[in-house]
Design a protein around this ligand. Sequence first.
Ligand SMILES: [Zn+2]
Length: 428
Amino acid sequence: MLDLLITNARLPRSTSPTSLAIEAGRIVPLPAGREALDARERIDAAGKLLTPALVEPHIHLDAVLTVGQPRHNLSGSLFEGIAIWGERVKDLDADDVRRRVAQVLRWQVANGVLFVRSHVDVCDPRLTALRALLDVKREFADRITLQLVAFPQQGIQSFPNGEALMRQAVELGADVVGAIPHFELTREYGEQSVKFAVGLAQEFNRQVDIHCDETDDEHSRFLEVLAAETIRLNMQGRVTASHTTAMHSYNNAYAGRLIVNVRRAGLHMVTNPLDNAVLQGRFDHYPIRRGHTRIKELLAAGVNVCLGHDSVMDPWYPLGKADPLQAAFVLAHYGQMSGYEEIRTLIDMITVNGAKTLGLTDYGLEPGCRADLVLFDAPSEGDAVRLIAPRRLVIRAGTVVARTEPARQVVTWQGKEEPVDYMPARSG
Ligand SMILES: [Zn+2]
């Protein structure tokens, strides 16, 4: 007998409903014959979209829910945000970090996110945030899988004992090595920081995820260094570049050559439309650049691009509820990804593409994969994005870990109460 049988589910890029069988927490081939379909638990998906669990490849959990502390960002700019964080970070302690992160992890699970890569600021001689996050990672390991990036918010070469702190962070248990080359004091420091980060990751057998060229400065060109270093040290497939917003402003000849090398290096790319929509272009007068990486060109070249949320209610971005689908909705507009196939790609970018970036195994809808699933309250990818549809069910290893009862909306119309579900009425 099966543990769980999900019937009448619509899988991504398919039009006909299908069933999914689950045994011992894993997806198994659908048994032939009706009597074989006995299951301890059955879920009728009612023709709604069923995907693998959502993946959050880029968030800063140590800063979440600090908006307004100690003051609000009045301009909304990156630099005012950094100044405010500099004040807030002084009274960071383990309990403060733990409380805020535990709350957002629950939000993520409710949204269907079961895999998270979080950057953690390690420009702190005590490594308070990292130690707290390592505890949180262990404490909630049965609910959500966390990867932690040693992220030097103020630089490696430009911060006292930067290299030693990075090394200590990796020895403590950081899964991924970060860097922020465009923020270093000089171009040379920036290059050095990229080389240091990739070298450190190779030495400790870790992955790399670098805040790379998150600026509108077309002279910020550290992505080429990251690609070259990845090729030189044979780290293809284990290295990620986040943001790369300067690519928006590169000349087309340079960008074209760069994308070829990004592909050659097997880099994963993370785009963060929420934060970068509000933070980029701040030095422009009209026309104001979008300051966004070249997603369509990267995808067309065969590069793996995924979608991050980045901030949740912090000094840089006061909005957000840790829902990747909100970020996908914004990217549909901001990245002009409204084409028929492009909307389907948006769902890939918050699921399978993120899984590739994190290097997840056993992820997906094929037999053998762990049954980590999300059932949307929408029949298709397009409707899921359009409605930012609630997640009816979130399933981890075959067990329901979150559910949503969608609101029932009613209008009084010509003297009668009529339900509204925002779906076009079928003709006939
Ligand atoms: Zn970031």
